[in-house]
Write a protein that binds this ligand. Structure first.
Ligand code: SF4
Ligand code: ZN
Length: 301
């Protein structure tokens, strides 16, 4: 058995970028150091911030709340509040909401749940009858709005999400496949005065390492998968990228670097419509109607 590169004890994990072997203690240190560096390098957190953490209860957000609860005492006067959005997906969301509640109780972190039903008058399952193939688009639009409403309600200055390296690389490829340059650049851009800034402290952390981190910190939990995943383009892109990363290590990081470079080259360029106010609800958006109001119309509400 290989020994840990730091202490020689039996290794429990091998990471590929850089190629190292670690015992449980040194893996945790390596993992948390990289997240801390990601936060500092992009100035994600400032003293006095109130961070609304999007806690779905799934593995990424569990790892994020765990690592931030360890790292945040270093930052001065930073407060963390966890927000769980309950879309209302039968056989899936109830268990993850319960897992989120249990974890925040153990960590002693303030936790609130906001449901699609509260905000939109119906749960996702009902809204999607007959249009299941659009599940992730509809879900994404309402979830983003729900998170913003909750973050404003709890006076958050930042919204933290658990997107990992795999998710970010998939998004770069998906935006490319859709020819969506405005979104590509908007995602790469820094702060926008109209929106609460979103931060992604796990954006350089591979999904596999998140699973190891949860296991060695006794926070691993097997939870059901969303039944609508099968309709998502993301599922196909994920399979493709996982194979490429295995054969050509570093592929995902290269995609992130590409996004950052394009963001830098396009800095200040007008690639999408200027921000204005939605004609119906007054939210900032780039069209006559915001995405939520467009959705309300298309759902006949
Ligand atoms: Fe929503 Fe799609 Fe994620 Fe399910 S897989 S929670 S429908 S975005
Ligand atoms: Zn609107």
């Amino acid at each position: 058995m290989k020994g840990c590169d730091c202490c020689g004890e039996p290794a429990i994990a091998r990471v590929r970028e850089p190629n190292r072997h670690f015992c449980a203690t040194h893996f945790t240190g390596f993992f948390e150091d990289r997240v801390g560096r990601t936060i500092r390098d992009d100035n994600m957190i400032k003293p006095g911030d109130r961070i609304a953490l999007a806690l779905s209860g799934g593995k990424d957000s569990r790892a994020l709340i765990l690592v931030l609860s360890h790292l945040l005492p270093v930052w001065e006067n930073v407060h963390l509040v966890a927000i769980t959005i309950d879309e209302g997906i039968e056989g899936y969301r109830d268990e993850t909401v319960r897992a989120a509640r249990e974890l925040t109780a153990i960590l002693g972190i303030e936790h609130h749940t906001v449901s699609f039903e509260d905000l939109f008058g119906n749960n996702l399952d009902t809204l999607l009858v007959g249009r299941e193939r659009e599940a992730c688009t509809v879900c994404g639009i309402i979830r983003k709005k729900a998170l913003t409403v909750a973050a404003e309600q709890y006076s958050a200055t930042k919204i933290a999400t658990g997107h990992n390296l795999d998710d970010e690389a998939q998004s770069v490829l998906m935006n490319t496949l859709r020819g969506d340059l405005p979104r590509f650049v908007r995602d790469a851009a820094q702060e926008n005065p109209y929106f609460i800034p979103r931060i992604k402290p796990l954006s350089l952390t591979p999904e596999k390492e998140i699973a190891i981190y949860l296991m060695v910190n006794n926070a691993w939990n097997v939870l059901p998968e969303c039944p609508y995943t099968r309709f998502a383009l993301r599922a196909e892109v994920r399979g493709m990228l996982t194979k490429l990363e295995y054969r050509y290590p570093g592929t995902m990081l290269h995609l992130i670097e590409t996004k950052k470079k394009i963001g830098r080259y396009c800095a200040g360029a007008q690639v999408s419509e200027p921000i204005r106010r939605c004609r119906e609800c007054g939210d900032p958006c780039s069209a006559d109607l915001c995405q939520v109001c467009q959705l309300r119309h298309s759902l006949g509400r």
